[in-house]
Every structure is written in C-alpha cells, then in structure tokens.
Design a protein around this ligand. Structure first.
Ligand code: FE2
Length: 219
C-alpha cells in the first residue's frame, strides 16, 4: 500500500500564491484520491510493486491507462509538493550555470516556463528537465503524463497547471499563477540535487516506498 506523503510544510506556508484552502483540497482530496485509487487498482489486480516508479513504468508499457493515470498523478503531486518551498531561494552553482547556458539566466527560464504552462492546452504539468549531459529544457505534459519512464530526462522542478491547482486563488488567470509561482515557490535546492542526479551524481528523488508489511508480496 502506498501512503499519501505528508506535505513538507504547513498548509498555509505557500500563501498568498497558493492558499491554505487550495492546499487542503489539493493534497487531502485530489492527491489522496490518486493514491487511494492506485492502491485499490493494484489490490484488485492482486499485485503490489516494489516502487511507485515500477507501477508507473509497468502500467505505461501495458497500456493500463487507469492505473497509469492514478499512479503517475500520485507521483507527480508528491514531487510537486517537494518542488516548492516557502523559503525564497535562487539557483546557484552548476544549476545556475546550466540555466544561463540554456536560457540566458533566470529571467529567460521564467519566460520559457510560464509560456510552457500557459500553452499547455487543458490539464497538465510544466516541467524543467535535464538530460544526462546537463542540457535543460522546459517541457509540458498532458493530464498525468510524466518523466518517470523516460530515464534520459530527469525533472528538476514542476508546476501543476490543472485548474484545481490555481482556480480558487487566481481564477482563470493561469499566467498570473505561473508568474507568481516561479518568483516565489520553486525549491531550487531540490532542483540542484535533481540536476546533480541527472548528470551522474547521487540519486534522483523517488516516491516513498510502500509500507513495510506489503513489501514481501510479489509484483
Ligand atoms: Fe493537481
């Protein structure tokens, strides 16, 4: 059984960009439902995998769309919470240099990131990713799609552009949400460790392992 990870900060820590009310609904209802449905679908199929990453990769390959959508959304949201921080930070070191190489600096990355999120038609996510050579790109994905099964690209940060992520706080103004988000909330410490992992130093972030009593079961 996969657990719903706790938020790494208080519900109101990201206000005013993301309100207490949005965080409670987003984490306790939306994210919780994806985790619950993933567990139910695995249980119904009589299987438990060793990791959520394995569930995502397996369901993608087998075209088990409902399981994939819920497992990937469970992963995406857990990573999204970690990808934000109430402490305003700036990229530094190797990550800062890669941003300068790829986008001319943080302002150029912001423009690319906001545009990527605004241009994502319908629900989805906008990501900053790195390849193994440390080349950065901004990419958007539709619905639950993610980069777990693409081992040549590592996500450094992500912003949820489903309407449930911003509608209470920014109404229909996705651009204002993305601009405020980019200025205040990215966790550049996580992005730096993800960038290091992408280029061969250390491990990339992973979803918390299933609870101990389930780990002995066959995948
Ligand atoms: Fe969401």
């Amino acid at each position: 059984m996969f657990a719903l990870p706790d938020l790494p900060y208080a519900y109101d820590a990201l206000a005013p960009v993301i309100s207490d009310q949005t965080m409670r609904l987003h984490h306790d209802k939306h994210h919780a439902a994806y985790v619950k449905t993933t567990n139910e679908l695995l249980d119904k199929a009589g299987k438990t995998a060793g990791s959520l990453e394995a569930v995502i990769e397996g369901s993608a390959k087998a075209s088990e769309r409902k399981l994939f959508n819920n497992a990937a959304q469970a992963w995406n949201h857990a990573f999204f919470w970690e990808a934000m921080s109430p402490e305003r930070r700036q990229p530094d070191g190797a990550l800062k240099a890669a941003i300068e190489n790829g986008f001319g600096g943080l302002a150029g990355l912001k423009t690319a990131f906001v545009t990527g999120g605004v241009d994502q038609f319908g629900s989805g996510w906008v990501w900053l990713v790195s390849d193994a050579q440390g080349v950065l790109r901004v990419l958007s994905t539709h619905d639950a799609d993610d980069f777990v099964s693409l081992d040549r690209l590592t996500p450094l940060t992500v912003c949820d552009v489903w309407e449930h992520a911003y509608y209470l706080d920014h109404k229909n103004d996705r651009k204002a949400y993305l601009e405020a988000w980019f200025d205040a909330l990215p966790n550049w410490s996580l992005a730096a460790s993800q960038f290091a992992a992408a280029t061969g130093q250390g491990e990339a972030w992973r979803y918390p392992a299933p609870r101990v009593q389930d780990q002995g079961r066959a995948a």
